[in-house]
Design a protein. Structure first.
Length: 126
C-alpha cells in the first residue's frame, strides 16, 4: 500500500517524464485509484504509461495493458545475490556480487592458476 511520501515521489517522477502532467493532479489520482498497490508496481507501470505517447493522463493505469505485465516480470525476477532473501554471495573479497555456489571470479582464478602451474612445469621439464 502506498503512503503519502511514495505517492509524492511517484507523481514527481511522472511529471519529470511528462511535464504536461501536473504532480498534484497525478498525486490526487494515485491516492484515489492506486493506493492499494505496491510502490515498485505503481512506479514501473506509471513510468511505462508516462513514456507511452498514446497516454493522455496517468488514469490510463486503470486499463489493462503491458504496463501491468511489466510488474509481473519484476515480481518474478530473482532477489539480488547476497540480499539475504535469495542466493548467498561469495565470501571472497571483491567477489561479493557473485553467487557463492557459482562464482565466476573464483573459477577464473582457478583456471588461471592451473595455466600458470602447467606453464612453469613445462619450463622446468628437461
Amino acid at each position: 500500500m502506498l503512503d503519502d511520501r511514495e505517492i509524492t515521489r511517484l507523481a514527481d517522477m511522472a511529471a519529470a517524464l511528462r511535464p504536461d502532467w501536473h504532480p498534484r493532479s497525478t498525486a490526487a489520482y494515485l491516492r484515489r485509484s492506486q493506493r492499494h498497490r505496491g510502490y515498485a508496481d505503481v512506479g514501473l507501470a506509471l513510468a511505462f504509461v508516462a513514456l507511452d505517447p498514446a497516454s493522455d493522463t496517468p488514469a490510463r493505469l486503470e486499463q489493462p495493458g503491458p504496463w501491468w505485465q511489466a510488474t509481473r516480470l519484476h515480481a518474478a525476477s530473482p532477489p539480488p545475490v547476497g540480499s539475504g532473501r535469495g542466493v548467498p554471495a561469495c565470501t571472497r573479497r571483491g567477489h561479493e556480487h557473485e553467487p557463492a555456489h557459482a562464482c565466476r571470479a573464483c573459477r577464473s582464478e582457478r583456471i588461471s592458476s592451473r595455466k600458470n602451474e602447467n606453464f612453469f612445469a613445462e619450463e622446468a621439464a628437461p
